[in-house]
Design a protein around this ligand. Structure first.
Ligand code: NAD
Length: 487
């Protein structure tokens, strides 16, 4: 099965890259080419930035809130109507299983777009702060919010539609113009948004998409270019740091959504302990999720019970993953050979560090030539180990015993990251623990803490700023105070 070619979308035109240059889009399920993508040249990228700058500076896009809202709504409606096409892209290009498409891969993104449209009405574009007498005369004061300008949106491959929507829809609703640069591994999920924008009739230059086979070139150009006012980046912490550095000379706004190593903390009074422990398996989309709670913290008093539950749960899951046509399947391959090698490297590290492999740990060769590895669980893990401290971004759970609630909170917070987390236990106690975890999104007893109308983002090295929700639109706004002398 082949996907259509991913084209550039620059200044209102869908087109191929300069010199018709393309690169291969490799499918994770087979390791084979599933499509071609435009490989943007430096000139193409420059043109996209110039178009976005022109559209921001010379049109009324940023001022016409209602007209813009209607166009973005139409754009989101077209996206919604193309759900099936998006599911196919997520499966073939991002390696999504069908069951994962029903959640964060596709439906989470489409629902999130609807949530953002609703949040637009809650943005306060102008606030009256009344008259104040200062230095002997009266001043009427207003505070306005206005679009920052040109946004460079740089996105990863794991849940590409979700991240693209979180940035693009929010930035457009704020009145910014956008250059989207999807990850090299998932070009079509970005390019298709250009097609939808074209169909919706967004004014030329307001939204542009550049795909590139080179990991860093397009992103670095966006980050260094003084015509770009804000970089909204989702990806690894290492590249996030580079973005800050490269954006510093032009002091552009940088908004960063980075890695995580979140805790799944089960308290000793947790109802349905076996079911809750079994649900901690890191299998959804092969564990390639930034806010995925990949460290299971269980009370030492119930540790052996938890290990037994996990042993059975992993054995039961062995026949349920890696099925391309199965609607209930939630775990497929890893995105690439590079990622598979990286995750397998951590399996070796875990063994050397003295953790015990309870399940998995091997490349799965019985699923074909794609990038499959077994759902994996390490037990007897100490939080100091690299497998407990570093983001693995694969189907790997590490299990760590703790002594009491204070110890559990200490371990949960003993991380350079602070993105997500989950706490299970009797509600008031679990909520009190959740409030003490230094992370941006906490689920208590399975509640959804990540939806399109809630702010999402990280503490510490998991990033800065918030995406989604009203806060996610306001991230793309500047605040201006105006004083009008009235006496
Ligand atoms: P990555 O950091 O390698 O790449 C992310 C994007 O940055 C890609 O588009 C890539 O081409 C681009 N890029 C690479 N080098 C660049 C540079 N020097 N300047 C500018 N752009 C550059 O990450 P990845 O491997 O694509 O994605 C996995 C990572 O993303 C994981 O660490 C994961 O935790 C993180 N992630 C975070 C969130 C979140 O919301 N916090 C969501 C999804 C993924």
């Amino acid at each position: 099965m082949m996907l259509p070619e991913a084209k550039l979308y620059i200044d209102g035109k869908l087109r191929r890259a300069a010199g018709d240059k393309t690169y291969d889009n490799i499918g994770p399920w087979t390791g084979e080419v599933v499509g071609k993508a435009a490989d943007a040249s430096a000139e193409d990228i420059d043109e996209a930035i110039a178009a976005a700058r022109r559209a921001f500076d010379t049109t009324d896009w940023s001022h016409q809130h209602q007209q813009r809202f209607e166009l973005v709504k139409k754009f989101c409606g077209i996206m919604q109507a193309n759900r099936e096409k998006l599911v196919q892209i997520a499966r073939l290009e991002a390696g999504s299983a069908i069951g994962a498409a029903f959640r964060a891969q596709i439906d989470g993104a489409l629902n999130g777009a609807k949530d953002l449209l609703e949040c637009h009405a809650k943005v306060s574009w102008e606030k009256d702060l009344g008259v104040k007498n200062e230095y002997g005369f009266d001043t009427k004061r207003i505070v306005t919010q206005e679009a920052v300008g040109v946004v460079g949106a740089i996105t990863p491959w794991n849940v590409p539609l979700y991240v693209n929507v979180g940035k693009v829809v929010a930035a457009l609703l704020a009145g910014c113009t956008v250059v989207l640069k999807p990850a090299p591994d998932t070009p079509l999920m970005g390019a298709i948004m250009g097609e939808f924008a074209h169909e919706a009739g967004l004014p030329p230059g307001v939204f542009n998409v550049i795909t590139s086979g080179h990991a860093a070139m397009a992103g670095e150009m966006l980050t260094r270019d003084p015509r770009v006012d804000l970089i909204s980046f989702t990806g690894s912490t290492a590249v996030g740091k580079l973005i800050m550095q490269n954006g510093a000379p032009s002091l552009k706004r940088v908004f960063l959504e980075l890695g995580g190593k979140s805790a799944y903390l089960v308290l000793d009074d947790c109802p349905n302990f076996p079911m809750v422990v079994a649900s901690s398996m890191v299998v959804f989309h092969a564990g390639q999720g930034c806010a995925y709670p990949t460290r299971l913290l269980v009370p030492r008093s119930r540790y052996q019970e938890a290990v037994k539950v996990l042993e059975m749960a992993y054995a039961g899951f062995a026949s349920k993953w890696g099925k391309f046509e199965e609607p209930s399947c939630i775990m497929g391959p890893l995105i690439s050979k590079r990622q598979l090698d990286r995750v397998m490297g951590y399996i070796e590290i875990g063994k050397q560090e003295g953790a015990r492999l309870l399940a998995g740990g091997k490349v799965a060769t019985d699923k074909g030539a794609g990038f499959f590895m077994e759902p994996t669980c390490f037990v007897d893990v100490d939080n100091k180990m690299r497998i407990a401290q570093e983001e693995i971004f694969g189907p790997v759970l590490v299990v760590i015993p703790y002594e009491d609630d204070e110890d559990a909170i200490r371990i949960a917070n003993d991380s350079i990251y602070g993105l997500g987390g989950a706490v299970w236990g009797s509600t008031p106690r679990a909520l009190a623990v959740a409030k003490r975890i230094k992370a941006g999104a906490l689920s208590v007893n399975g509640g959804m803490s990540i939806t399109g109308d809630l702010p999402f983002g990280g503490y510490k090295q998991s990033g800065m700023g918030r995406e989604w929700g009203v806060e996610g639109i306001e991230e793309f706004l500047e605040t201006k105070a105006i004083g009008i002398r009235v006496s």
